[in-house]
Design a protein around this ligand. Sequence first.
Ligand code: UDX
Length: 449
Amino acid sequence: MDAEVHVLVFPWPRQGHINPMLQFATALVDAGVQVTFLHTEHNLRRLAQASPPHLRLLSIPDGLPDDHPRGFLDFMEAMCTTGSTAYHALLLSLVSASDAPVTCVVADGTMPFAIEIPQELGIPALSFVTHSACSYLALLSMPKLVELGETPFTADDLVSSVPGMEGFLRRRDLPRGLYCTDQGDGDPLVLKFAEVIGRTSKACALIFNTAASMERPVLAHLASGTSDVFAVGPLHARSSSAASASLWREDDGCMAWLDGHEDRSVVYVSMGSLAVITHEQFTEFLSGLAATGYAFLWVLRPGMVQLASSALLREAVGAAEGGKGRVVEWAPQRDVLRHRAVGCFLTHAGWNSTLECAVEGMPMVCWPFFVDQQTNSRFVGAVWKTGLDMKDVCERGVVERTVREVMASDEIKAAAQAMAQQLKHDVAEAGSSSSELERLVRFIRELSI
Ligand code: UDX
């Protein structure tokens, strides 16, 4: 273990951020770096798995009671007040510790204070971006697009002012808030995100959980800016037992259920950790899936469908005509995507899910929910061609047609498998992502002197 270098890794306390940053922390530990990983107290109490070896876990309060729903704005407010004060105090004690003081911070690019506080204390801080590079650049460009009048964002017109994406990125593929509206003067949630990541881009480097082979032109454009850019992903592909820290209990029973199905005969359906859908959308998905005739495994987190209990949803899936559905509240997703019985993933195109599919060569049907996912799904459908993008349409006939097409398409399967092969090279020794990781560890060591 390198005694001089001690990195504090601090994710935005949500599942889709904790997973990749925990994998990043593990990669640093494997490279001989001492790492402390920072959770909130609330999340630390919820964690189902033990922490990976050699990783010290610490926590700070987020200021909310355990039963608070932690909606985006309330949670951001709590983290920027109680969370940031506690983080400041903890960081002061960690940097002045007589034994192995913290020498560098890698914080989530979603929290400007987590980058700015160490910088004020004279500690180098790097920003870890859990989104794709393409959605990051699209988000950064949003204020300019509003200013130039490249609106409304619901239209099919091509966008001309996001570098490297001219010719295929439509306004419909730009980051979007919770509702598909005209947004002529910009969606407040998206503009808030754009402001946040604009601030964190002032960190001394940007770390992306992506591979150059997936997003080369965009990464090149970002690298031409001021900060150093490192593309070190997909981090979970570095080992078959990549670290994870589930905030929900995984229902392993679905693996035995998958064992009982033919190869590539099941559709896996999950909308990640944040999306909340209406009952009408649930019904459109259910009817479309049932009409395909394929068996399906559907992750329905408690509270994921507005105004519907888990028991009612299970009942609806069980009763669907022609339906052969199985519902779980949380799945061991990476194992599911690796299972021979799964033929495609109907997903919200969150970046972790997209990478997990890419690594397994799994074809995708995308129904992006919000923010970064609209841009990711355009890349899946139009650039990588590893799936199809339903975009903002949630209609049973479209669900049925799209799932059938993806399940049957040899072209999509071949593109997905070619991408998986490439990514295996990227993360293997001397591959582009593992070379970037080595360069990053050297960079962190130099900053820590
Ligand atoms: C959102 C953003 O869309 C994403 O791009 C960002 O980086 C994090 O926040 P989220 O809704 O959490 O993401 O989706 P996703 O990025 O796909 O992450 C979900 C994670 O939970 C994945 O690692 C997935 O494997 C895991 N998961 C999901 C499970 O382990 N089991 C499940 O049942 C569902």
